[in-house]
Design a protein around this ligand. Structure first.
Ligand code: ZN
Length: 165
């Protein structure tokens, strides 16, 4: 059972790292968005030419790149999950043939990893969509504030007084 256990552990470590990485990049992206910059390349975002991907604002170039990257990542994740499940079945069958009593463990670990990867992919896509809905809502609120001129109040008050008299 050594090889299978090792494979399972490696799988979960990769899975955990893959799960934690987006949180770091997302935080950095949010900081850039607040400064009016693209979440990925930090270029200045034009007000009328910006795209919302994964709940973050991106310039047109980065948006196109990220969209195709997300699609490829989802396909790779699902393929990896299916491959892991398949590998688990093959490993379990071969262990069973060899008479190893722990054959079901290989099926459990690798099949579980595979299923976990597929579920994680769907969860990530679902969360992305939820983020976008939430992001658009706050964006609309900001646009409304701008339209009503609330954001100008402070800067106009700070202008030097003059011209009137
Ligand atoms: Zn960009």
């Amino acid at each position: 059972m050594d090889k299978q256990q090792l494979a399972g552990t490696v799988f979960w470590v990769i899975l955990l790292l893959a799960g934690a990485a987006p949180f770091y990049f997302k935080d950095r992206g949010r900081r850039r968005n607040r400064a009016g910059r693209c979440a990925r390349c930090a270029a200045h975002l034009p007000w009328d030419d910006r795209f919302r991907v994964e709940g973050l604002l991106l310039c047109p170039t980065c948006a196109q790149r990220t969209r195709s990257r997300v699609g490829v990542a989802a396909v790779v994740m699902v393929a990896l999950g299916l491959l892991s499940s398949l590998f688990g079945i093959v490993a379990a069958v071969s262990l069973r043939v060899e008479g190893d009593p722990s054959w079901w463990l290989a099926l459990l670990i690798l099949g579980g990893c595979g299923l976990g990867l597929i579920l994680l992919t769907f969860f990530a896509i679902w969360r992305m969509k939820a983020d976008n809905t939430l992001g658009s809502a706050s964006e609309r609120a900001m646009t409304l504030i701008r339209l009503l001129g609330f954001d100008k109040t402070r800067s106009e008050r700070n202008k030097p007084f003059g011209g009137g008299a």
